[in-house]
Design a binder for this molecule. Structure first.
Ligand SMILES: C[S@@+](CC[C@H](N)C(=O)[O-])C[C@H]1O[C@@H](n2cnc3c(N)ncnc32)[C@H](O)[C@@H]1O
Length: 202
């Protein structure tokens, strides 16, 4: 995996055990601005069925549910799903499911919105992930990938995200996968700048 690839942390160890739990707790605090941004840019409402790919501790899932949507939080890590359930007292409109971007446990055309927050950089296979997201989105469905904006050459924790060039590269991959209305935006909803790639399933 090259450091330029949009999934440059695909080889990162799975989130598991006490370390995974601690990372999940930290993400539940640091992910709030991105969760609000996702719901804002997607204009989520009670008419939506949202799938959060790589939901982690479920921050964006809860935000979408607060806005009235039915939401499925998908994550490959059992520790994340356990934490997400624990942090979610009101579960009425939420389903949690174990799975990965490359093999989503959802039916064809079942979602109006799919998003993946701070997660595409961990996907094993970008082409397979995009094909799955296109499959589960209904025609006209909206897809958003949101990543922390990082400096070129950043390493360690500072490298978990995308450079501007990686955002552009992912947008090109969305176009190649058959999405339309593909655009790249920078937002700073909290202390950190975020790259947002938005696309529509035709
Ligand atoms: C940095 S955390 C972000 C969690 C959450 N989206 C948030 O913003 O708080 C990355 C998450 O992606 C999940 N993940 C890793 N590989 C994945 C894949 N191939 N498909 C979907 N999720 C994946 C991890 O288990 C982890 O929960």
């Amino acid at each position: 995996m090259t450091t330029d690839a949009v999934n440059h942390h695909a080889d990162h160890p799975d989130f598991a055990g006490v370390t995974g739990l601690l990372i999940g707790l930290i993400m539940s605090l640091t992910g709030r601005a991105a969760a609000h941004l996702a719901a804002d840019v997607a204009c989520v409402s009670d008419a939506d069925r949202v799938i959060d790919v790589g939901c982690g501790p479920g921050t964006a899932v809860r935000e979408a549910a607060r806005r009235g949507a039915h939401v499925v939080g998908v994550d490959p890590a059992p520790v994340m799903l356990r934490l997400a359930r624990t942090l979610t007292p009101d579960r009425a409109a939420i389903v949690w499911a174990q799975g990965a971007a490359e093999d989503l446990p959802e039916a064809d055309s079942s979602a109006t919105v799919v998003w993946s927050l701070a997660t595409v950089h961990h996907w094993r296979h970008v082409t397979a992930g995009l094909a799955e997201i296109k499959r589960v989105l209904a025609p006209g469905g909206r897809f958003f990938a949101i990543e922390r904006l990082v400096r070129p050459g950043a390493t360690g924790l500072a490298g978990h995200g995308w450079t501007t060039q990686q955002g552009e590269s992912f947008a090109a991959q969305c176009l190649a996968a058959g999405f339309t209305n593909v655009r790249v935006e920078n937002h700073t909803p909290g202390r950190r700048a975020l790259v947002v790639v938005g696309a529509v399933r035709p």
